[in-house]
Ligand binder design. Structure first.
Ligand code: S3P
Length: 179
């Protein structure tokens, strides 16, 4: 890892249903860091749900909310940031996160993702006649972005607790060695 990088935060990226929020909360608790979920912040600011933002204003407006929030995050310290699944597909968002965070991607197979999200209704991009095909399509398109993360953790056969331990281990490894 580039020794000039300042890793003050942890950013969790990855597809919907990979456990970013649950894992992020566990990691933040253990480190006594603040936990921040980009979707939660955007919903609180907009005063409506993500689904309503998509329905009433369109995806482009949502992506703009994300972009502006990511710019603000560059000032944070000791924060675990859980990001919306599409956020790192904007190159500038990814570069900004990497300037202050260890970027960890939580990975899962399309089958596992479908199992985890099929009974949930709050994700507008999965309101599709064939959600499994939609998951495969989006995952394929986003894989190159997710793969740019500093660390990739496969969550298919790990509990949230095990994934959190992996993330904590990687974060400790990324800290500079005291001189
Ligand atoms: C999205 C993922 C969602 C949310 C929005 C769009 C995406 O977040 O930001 O529905 O583009 O993959 P989660 O990954 O937390 O579900």
């Amino acid at each position: 890892m580039d020794s000039t990088r300042q890793i003050r935060n942890i950013a969790l990226i990855g597809f919907m249903g990979t456990g970013k929020s649950s894992v992020g909360r566990m990691v933040a608790d253990t480190l006594h860091f603040t936990f921040l979920d980009t979707d939660d912040v955007i919903q609180a600011r907009a005063g409506i749900s993500i689904r309503e933002i998509f329905d009433n204003h369109g995806e482009a407006v949502f992506r703009d909310w994300e972009r502006r929030l990511v710019e603000e995050l560059a000032r944070r310290t000791k924060t675990v940031i859980s990001t919306g699944g599409g956020l790192p597909a904007n190159e500038a968002n990814f570069v900004s996160l990497q300037s202050h965070s260890l970027v960890v991607c939580l990975w899962a197979s399309p089958e596992k993702i479908y199992q985890r999200v099929k009974s949930q209704t709050h994700r507008p991009l999965l309101h599709d006649p064939d959600p499994q095909a939609k998951i495969r399509e989006l995952l394929t398109a986003r894989e190159p972005y997710y793969r740019k993360a500093d660390v990739l953790v496969n969550t298919d056969f790990r509990s949230a607790r095990e994934v959190a331990l992996q993330v904590l281990h990687q974060f400790h490894m990324a800290q500079p060695v005291p001189q």
